[in-house]
Design a protein around this ligand. Structure first.
Ligand SMILES: Nc1ncnc2c1ncn2[C@@H]1O[C@H](COP(=O)(O)OP(=O)(O)OP(=O)(O)O)[C@@H](O)[C@H]1O
Length: 226
């Protein structure tokens, strides 16, 4: 469960303090999957970065599964992200010199090698990439690379999954398949998913659509503070 209230985020640009995000209230239930849409610059990525504990707001609270992440220090936020958050990006960020399997192994906690292999077998099978696990990113299509990134984000069963334009660099058909895969996996694992997308037909595949241009007051009322 994600509960946001009284949230305000400012950025300083050319000596001006500009309010870029103002959310009075937003709640995403545990296990709910929501698409986040809105025009460029309306604060979609900033919202995800704040829920992920990467960016800290100036005002307000973000309570994730009972704990307010805005009260945590940097080290605690790093631990929160490692334990509870799975991040998926448009550009995959796989390490080019490593195979698909090695990229995923990097995030696995210490466990017996046999258990690790069984877990990897299960996940590569789930996303239909069993034949590709020994390939490096450069030897895979963009859709296949994103499937590896999805495994990497989900394999440790984070309670919250944050996806920032995960289909942004894929062709239309692959994008639809990828979104269905991500939705299906998060639903099966009861994970809360916030997925930024500018693609409205893709957003409509989600049980809920959060329209940032409607809920972000800063977009409606650009406020310069100093
Ligand atoms: N580090 C930063 N410094 C200054 N301004 C920033 C910074 N990051 C974001 N902004 C500003 O905050 C606003 C929201 O940015 P954000 O990236 O969240 O929008 P977005 O809706 O994700 O946009 P897009 O769809 O183009 O990716 C924009 O006006 C942007 O210029």
């Amino acid at each position: 469960m994600i509960q946001i209230s009284g949230l305000e985020k400012y950025y300083t640009m050319s000596h001006e303090k500009l309010l870029v995000l103002a959310l009075e209230h937003l709640q995403v239930a545990k296990g709910e999957q929501a698409a986040v849409t809105g025009p460029s610059g309306c604060g979609k990525s900033t919202l995800l970065h704040m829920v992920g504990g990467v960016v800290v707001p100036e005002q307000g609270s973000i309570v994730v599964d009972g704990a307010d992440i805005t009260c945590k220090n940097e080290k605690e936020r790093d631990a929160y992200r490692a334990r509870q958050v799975g991040y998926i990006f448009q550009d995959f960020y796989l390490i080019p010199s490593m195979t698909a399997e090695e990229n995923v192994r990097l995030v696995l906690p210490a466990m017996r090698k046999q258990e690790q292999t069984a877990l990897l077998d299960e996940w590569f099978e789930k996303v239909g990439l069993s034949e590709r696990r020994n390939h490096r990113p450069g030897q895979m299509s963009r859709g296949q690379q994103q499937r590896v990134a999805i495994i990497r984000a989900l394999i440790n069963k984070p309670s919250v999954v944050l996806a920032d334009e995960p289909t942004g660099s894929l062709d239309y058909e692959t994008a639809g398949m990828m979104m269905d895969l991500l939705l299906g996996l998060c639903k099966a694992n009861g994970q809360t998913l916030l997925c930024v997308t500018h693609d409205l037909p893709l957003a409509e595949r989600f049980p809920r659509v959060i329209r940032m241009q409607e809920c972000n007051k800063a977009v409606q009322d650009r406020r310069v503070i100093a």
